[in-house]
Design a protein around this ligand. Structure first.
Ligand SMILES: [Zn+2]
Length: 254
């Protein structure tokens, strides 16, 4: 048996029968882990309050056997909560997208300090600043690169051309095709979306890039397709985000 002391961010929570709850945590020292907390079903539980999604805590996890999948939370103390982020629907949805992405792209018990640092910096930033879809896209591209799901966006995957105002995404290739090379690919992406994502993937800062509203919408559509095909899971939060970003009544045209 062993005890692990580490910082953690709660990615999600499930209720189980009776008074227990299961938490998916991304921890600094162990990577993603599933942990059970006993007796936290009551809304007044202090531990449940501290382990709310997105909160950052210091936890002590107990593992009875080496191969045990579900650890037990034995102690929790709060490092940081995010009241501003958690009180705003858009910020909360963006944070849920980031949490799902980390869940989808990482395996349990695989520590990754880079992802830990990216996640905690993002949450800290979103607590103090307005959270945007473009920041999420930049974060998602870093995570995809870090976990081996990096898309190829620098040039057409068939002919190698680099500058186009319109591209098509090929899920099978995880890459883009120019209009001349496209066959049955249906997801069209703006030149601005592709060049922004290519520059982000190569390490440029978001603040150094310029892009429009349509480019951002295309980036979210692209991420939804690419993650769905290559990681094999569909992000519910990303779908919700797209509905928030594109209001049903639409903004009126002049
Ligand atoms: Zn081409």
């Amino acid at each position: 048996m062993s005890y692990h002391a580490t910082e953690a961010v709660t990615l999600r929570r499930w209720r189980t029968q009776e008074a227990d709850a299961l938490y998916l945590l991304f921890t600094e020292c162990l990577g993603k882990v599933t942990a059970k907390a006993r007796g936290v079903a009551k809304s007044t539980s202090r531990i449940a309050g501290m382990l709310q999604p997105h909160n950052r805590t210091h936890v002590i996890l107990y593992q009875k056997q080496e191969d045990q999948d579900i650890l037990s939370v034995t102690q929790v103390s709060l490092v940081r909560r995010y009241p501003h982020l958690q009180g705003d629907l858009k910020s909360l949805t963006l944070a849920a997208c980031a949490a799902e992405l980390i869940d989808f792209c990482t395996g349990e018990g695989e520590p990754n300090r880079m992802i830990w640092s990216l996640l905690t910096k993002l949450l800290d930033f979103w607590e103090e600043n307005e959270a945007t879809e473009a920041q999420l896209a930049a974060f998602a591209l870093r995570i995809l690169k870090e976990t081996g799901f990096e898309p190829h966006l620098a040039a057409c995957a068939k002919c190698g051309v680099q500058e186009r105002s319109e591209w098509y995404y090929s899920p099978e290739r995880g890459a883009i095709l120019c209009p001349g090379c496209r066959r049955t690919e249906r997801l069209a992406l703006s030149g601005g979306a592709v060049s922004t994502m290519a520059r982000l993937t190569s390490g440029e800062k978001l603040s150094a890039l310029s892009f429009g509203e349509q480019d951002v919408k295309d980036m979210l559509l692209f991420l939804d397709e690419h993650i769905g095909y290559h990681v094999g899971r569909r992000s519910r939060a990303l779908r919700v985000l797209q509905q928030i970003a594109v209001p049903l009544n639409g903004e009126s045209e002049p």
